[in-house]
Ligand binder design. Structure first.
Ligand SMILES: Nc1nc2c(ncn2[C@@H]2O[C@H](COP(=O)(O)OP(=O)(O)OP(=O)(O)O)[C@@H](O)[C@H]2O)c(=O)[nH]1
Ligand SMILES: [Mg+2]
Length: 660
């Protein structure tokens, strides 16, 4: 929420004296665009804060020095004055900065003018930095500190962490993976990840970086032979973008060993000063001994270790808001990145189903029907029917016609560009709202164009070396009869039905099919025409002698188009002309028709519940308002039995022509 807020400080001319008595929050709200639900503006007229209990925390360089609770109904002015008085008592001079924070640690900064009478300025911040005093809701103070303990193997990390945890076990083994230790520091839970330091385990360190508030780097200061390695590893850690800027405690361990480098030597030998300056890491170097002497029965912590540990924690506590904000942001970014990777992997897995070949498919290939599409092999036991539903969401009543294009190039047949797509569905009736294309059973597939065959006749298609086809041409314009039962099996089969998708989504398919059949539309199919040269490239054995392939059915062409699109890792362009509505209205429309249908998977699930469809395509209309995505189409591809779902239509392109 805070990201959109404006900073008053960025606009010095905006600084104006606000009458604290009345605290014109509404004006502030308007001026700075503060969200209505923020803490400050819940009761703008009464100028009081509405949380149940407020707690003022005043801090100095070394941490908290004063805490005080106030009733939440206290007027802002009184609160601010009181906070200032408390601040002055703490020995601080100047004007305190006060932040009113919500439980997301975001909020507004209030600053009094020199006379302590008015608010000098009022700014809203996304990041709360260096605040002297914070006014927080009590429940918002939830700290949890996470540290990692890293360093070369045999440096003494596990020993150190055992010391901190008060474990008396003398024997330590090299750490495999990591060990987590939970401690408490002044009511704040602290988790330390002790990570294995072996070369193999160092690779996983970075996976912890985003969630840590600070780093403990342990060095075996008696092992001179590994100082160079140590320096390189330390530099690699500090330079990592998830670590740089975070506090680092460098511990020079094994001081009990003769000739061990002390902290000053370590700073020098490891070149620590320029390193931490470059990567802006607040750093403390301490020397200590993790090996507890036998005489130390009480297991007292080594003073060096204790000092360093407390310095690190105090530093983090002091700047917790800043550091934690960064940690949370990094974690979110990490999650988002992983989510995208997972989606990408799922996409790839889903796409490969068209290109995978196996022995069974080979059998299907050699069937007497000849050029069957070899890459769409569905076991016979499955229902082989498929369905594509193309739905322009809204259509301007004034539009002349609506064209649904299922292809990756536009319909300009004069273009010399190779075209992948052979199918166009065109409806001249403006009342068209959905297009439904039924895929015929695979057993009835006829010849497809030779491009689907390889030289060897093997199942796998070499898409990379495919010939460039000649421009498409229109071969047939076939008005459909009013009765859907009259579909000619030998010709193109594209059935346009109105309201099918809506009905499916709403689960009201029963009794409506008659109506749907009434609105069959005219279709136009474009078939690919291959040049002789192109044919000889791919199928030299057949090109010269084979009779021209029979036109493939619409359903074959659509299937093949989908496969080609997947194989080329291109997006399928599903365009609806004359549908100038925005995504928002699409969502709205979905919301109205389908209940909760704003996401593709939900559409898929709904459709699948009513019809065991192999393919479901839902067209989202043109998004003219979006610069990066002038055309937006969405496709869901589903294979029953595999439970594979995908959303092919990712990315942007300005025009379908550019796909080729
Ligand atoms: N003399 C001496 N030996 C120590 C000290 N600290 C640790 N050791 C020994 O050093 C060896 C390695 O200690 P660990 O704590 O396992 O080292 P580590 O850094 O955790 O090693 P990995 O888990 O492999 O990364 C053990 O045999 C410890 O007993 C110390 O301060 N003095
Ligand atoms: Mg260890």
């Amino acid at each position: 929420m805070g990201g959109e807020w404006k900073l008053a400080q960025e606009h010095p001319t905006d600084k104006m004296a606000f009458d604290v008595e009345h605290c014109r929050f509404q004006e502030l709200v308007r001026r700075y665009g503060i969200p209505e639900d923020s803490l400050l503006v819940k009761q703008p007229k009464t100028t009081t804060l509405t949380s149940q209990l407020l707690e003022i925390t005043l801090q100095d360089e070394n941490g908290k020095i004063l805490k005080k609770k106030f009733p939440s109904t206290m007027a802002v002015q009184k609160l601010v004055t009181l906070a200032h008085r408390l601040f002055s008592k703490g020995g601080h001079t100047g004007i305190p900065k006060l932040y009113l924070l919500d439980d997301q640690m975001q909020g507004a900064e209030i600053c009094l003018d020199n006379n302590m009478k008015d608010l000098a300025y009022f700014s809203v911040k996304n990041v709360m930095g260096n605040c002297w005093a914070s006014i927080c809701r009590r429940r918002s103070v939830h700290r949890r500190i996470v540290l990692i303990m890293i360093g070369l193997d045999n440096a003494g990390k596990t020993k150190t962490v055992n010391n901190l945890a008060g474990e008396k076990d003398d024997t330590v083994l090299p750490t495999v993976g990591f060990k987590a230790v939970n401690l408490v520091h002044k009511d704040t839970p602290v988790t330390i990840y002790d990570l294995g330091g072996g070369p193999h385990f160092r690779q996983i360190w970075s996976q912890y970086y985003s969630e840590v508030h600070g780093v403990i780097f342990v060095i075996d200061s008696s092992d001179f032979s590994r100082l160079d390695e140590c320096r390189l590893v330390l530099e690699e850690v500090l330079s990592h973008d998830k670590i740089s800027g975070k506090p680092v405690l460098v511990l020079a361990n094994k001081q009990d060993k003769s000739g061990a480098l002390d902290d000053i030597d370590v700073v020098e030998k490891l070149n620590i000063e320029p390193l931490v300056n470059r990567y802006r890491c607040p750093t403390l170097v301490e020397s200590y001994t993790a090996q507890v002497e036998a005489t130390n029965k009480k297991h007292k912590l080594d003073p060096g270790l204790k000092k360093g540990y407390h310095w690190l924690l105090n530093y983090i506590v002091r700047r917790y808001i800043d550091i934690d904000l960064r940690v949370q942001t990094d974690i979110q970014a990490d999650l988002e990145r992983r989510r995208r990777l997972r989606a990408k992997a799922a996409n790839t897995a889903s796409q490969t189903f068209t290109a995978i070949s196996d022995e069974n498919t080979q059998t299907a290939l050699s069937s007497p029907t000849g050029f069957e599409n070899p890459n769409f092999n569905i076991p016979n036991t499955m229902d082989d029917r498929g369905l594509i539903v193309v739905k322009p969401i809204t259509i301007k009543p004034t539009s002349v016609d609506t064209t649904v294009t299922i292809e990756s190039v536009d319909s300009d047949s004069t273009s010399v560009k190779p075209k992948l797509s052979p199918l166009f569905g065109r409806a001249s009736n403006v009342a068209l709202t959905e297009t439904r294309i039924e895929l015929e059973p695979r057993s009835e597939f006829r010849k497809l164009s030779p491009i689907v065959r390889t030289k060897s006749g093997a199942n796998h298609i070499d898409f990379k070396n495919r010939p460039q086809s000649s421009p498409t041409k229109k071969i047939k314009v076939k008005p459909r009869s009013q009765d859907s039962s009259n579909i000619d099996e030998g010709s193109q089969e594209l059935t346009l039905k109105a309201r099918d998708l809506t009905l499916l989504l709403e689960g009201r398919t029963d009794g409506r099919s008659d109506h749907a059949a009434d609105v069959h539309k005219e279709i136009v199919l474009i078939e690919r025409e291959f040049s002789k040269a192109a044919l000889s490239d791919v199928a030299p054995l057949r090109a010269a002698t084979a009779p021209p392939a029979r036109p493939a059915s619409a359903s074959q062409l659509v299937r093949r188009q989908l496969e080609l699109t997947a194989a080329h890792r291109r997006r399928l362009s599903l365009r609806c002309k004359s549908t100038p509505c925005t995504l928002a209205s699409v969502k709205h429309d979905f919301h109205q028709t389908g209940g909760e249908l704003s996401r593709g998977h939900e559409v898929h699930e709904k459709v699948d519940r009513f019809l065991n469809a192999h393919l479901v395509v839902v067209v989202f209309p043109d998004m003219r308002c979006n610069k990066t995505s002038p055309e937006r189409a969405s496709m869901l591809q589903h294979e029953p039995g595999k439970a594979a779902q995908r959303h092919l239509d990712k990315g942007d392109y300005s025009h379908a022509n550019t796909i080729n």
